[in-house]
Design a protein around this ligand. Structure first.
Ligand code: FAD
Ligand code: MLT
Ligand code: ZN
Length: 460
């Protein structure tokens, strides 16, 4: 339990109205987006400024109170909610929400960057950038709720990663509160600044276990003036890879490259989205392309000459209806499954994609662990989102082990972009050596010696 004095002190720091303890107010914070991870905390604390965050953290460090930090709560690996199974004698925990920290500074149009508070959403950052003719290089279907702090903490990938890189590559500067309440601020829009360790790069991907991100200085980009979006139906993953590989020779730039399967397209079509093309096939590749000259004509020629294309459609960007078929996968799958979806975000080398798709789809035929696999993802990054539906609760670990075994056999990663969270903490040895994990623990020990920040995340 929080001591009454601590609760009073928290109210003095953030205002009593922003220390939530009534279950009717806190319940929404304690279940993650997938519905699989549920936790509890003594209070939800909603600071407005970095100094309020620092004072809250300093108080928690003194009182031995654990902190789970939450942004938009769209994370898919159980890292954004407090632990559920807290035994007798466990330390009290608060959930610190960045929901009130939504300031976005003026756009630096010359330096092409913008400073934002951690709770600013991806969509708000991009809309602000657009007013200056620029774009936020990170984009994902959760854009309306995923926050700056969350995408940094998970080092999110997203649909534009193939074009601009992951979130870490967009971070020019960071402001964060350390576990003892000190404020770290490395905030430089310099193109070149090579002094000391890359602390912003270290905090990107740290999933709230090393510090609380309170502000980010993000790189912005000039969006392509015209794009063409195409969906091509193919029966082999090799043809999808071949299509993407043929773009360069035509002077086309890949802005996005996604893959869907017939199972996923049929499901979203049942839920109100139009099928992208009239024909059915095993796979559907969505590519968004830009380039000099007449992009639409170049894409039409590309589609004419590429091998294995059963059917195709192309539209000028943004082609929202075509994108909606892809972007509605996550929500539709969550609704269609009779159990919380086993979501395994993995990657394999591009050359291993055909084999991996075949083996991962076959996971649904394991007699002793029946389930319904729906695969989709960022094929240009080798990133497959393996969604296993209708998995009996007792089977989740067995089917996860089967998937990760296939990934390891194909030289892949057990987490491509969603991070480790609580969901994959027990499996991290599959992706990191003993020495690697020992160095990670040394860094964690150095920055959070009491282990108060997001315990159970990343390290189990
Ligand atoms: P939360 O879910 O609130 O938290 C995620 C993690 O970050 C937790 O460990 C939390 O403790 C930590 N954290 C949050 N804020 C801070 C902070 N200020 N300081 C320190 N730690 C913090 N992810 C992708 O990578 N690519 C995608 O394409 C993608 N598409 C998605 C589509 C949908 C429909 C959904 C629901 C999710 C998708 N995601 C995707 C997953 C999710 O959106 C990302 O992981 C995102 O980065 C989470 O941001 P958030 O603000 O919701 O963070
Ligand atoms: C996506 O690419 O849509 C996300 O990563 C979400 C998911 O894996 O379901
Ligand atoms: Zn994704």
């Amino acid at each position: 339990m929080l001591s009454q004095l601590t609760e009073i002190r928290l109210g003095e720091i953030v205002g009593d109205a922003h220390v939530l303890t009534d279950p009717s107010q806190t319940v929404g914070y304690f279940t993650d987006w997938t519905g699989r991870y549920r936790g509890s905390a003594e209070a939800v604390v909603r600071p407005r400024t970095v100094h309020e965050v620092a004072d809250v953290v300093r108080l928690c460090a003194t009182e031995g109170v654990e902190i789970c930090v939450q942004g938009g709560n769209t994370g898919l690996v159980g890292g954004s909610v407090p632990p559920g199974d807290r035994g007798v004698g466990a330390r009290p925990v608060i959930l610190l929400s960045t929901a009130r920290m939504t300031d976005i500074d003026d756009i630096d149009e010359v330096g092409r960057c913008v400073g934002v508070q951690a709770g600013a959403t991806v969509d708000a950052i991009d809309s602000t950038a657009a007013r200056s003719g620029l774009a936020f290089p990170i984009d994902l279907a959760a854009r309306e709720t995923a926050t700056a702090g969350g995408v940094v903490a998970t080092n999110a990938g997203g649909i534009r990663m193939i074009r601009h890189g992951n979130t870490r590559a967009q971070v020019l500067g960071i402001e964060a509160v350390l576990a003892d309440g000190r404020i770290l601020r490395r905030w430089s829009s310099l193109v070149k600044d090579n002094v000391g360790y890359d602390l912003p790069g270290l905090l990107a991907g740290s999933e709230g276990t090393l510090a609380l991100v309170t502000g980010v200085l993000f790189r912005l980009v000039s969006p392509a003036r015209h794009t063409t979006v195409a969906v091509a139906a193919v029966n082999h993953v090799e043809d999808a890879i071949g299509l993407i590989g043929a773009t360069g020779a035509r002077g086309l730039t890949v802005e996005a490259a996604e893959i869907m399967t017939e199972a996923g397209v049929a499901l979203v079509a049942e839920h109100g989205h139009r099928r992208p093309v009239a024909s059915t096939a095993s796979f559907y590749v969505l590519i968004e392309l830009s380039g000099p000259g007449d992009v639409e004509e170049a894409v039409a020629e590309l589609l004419d000459e590429a091998s294995g294309i059963v059917d195709a459609v192309l539209e000028p960007g943004p082609a929202r209806a075509l994108w909606a078929v892809r972007e509605s996968h996550t929500e539709t799958i969550a609704r269609a499954s009779t159990t919380p979806v086993v979501k395994l975000d993995i990657s394999v080398p591009i050359r291993a994609l055909p084999e991996a798709f075949a083996e991962l789809t076959a996971v649904g035929e394991i007699v002793e662990h029946p389930c319904r696999p729906i695969l989709f993802g960022h094929v240009g990054d080798g990133n497959i989102h393996v969604n296993l539906l209708d998995v009996p609760e007792g089977d989740a670990e067995a089917v996860t082990a089967r998937v990760f075994g296939i990934v390891a056999a194909n030289g892949g990663s057990i987490s491509a972009e969603h991070g480790i969270g609580r969901a994959k903490a027990a499996w991290i040895h599959l992706g990191r050596s003993d020495i690697d994990r020992s160095v990670m623990r040394s860094i964690k020990q150095g920055l959070d010696p009491q282990g108060l920040l997001n315990p159970g995340v990343l390290f189990g």
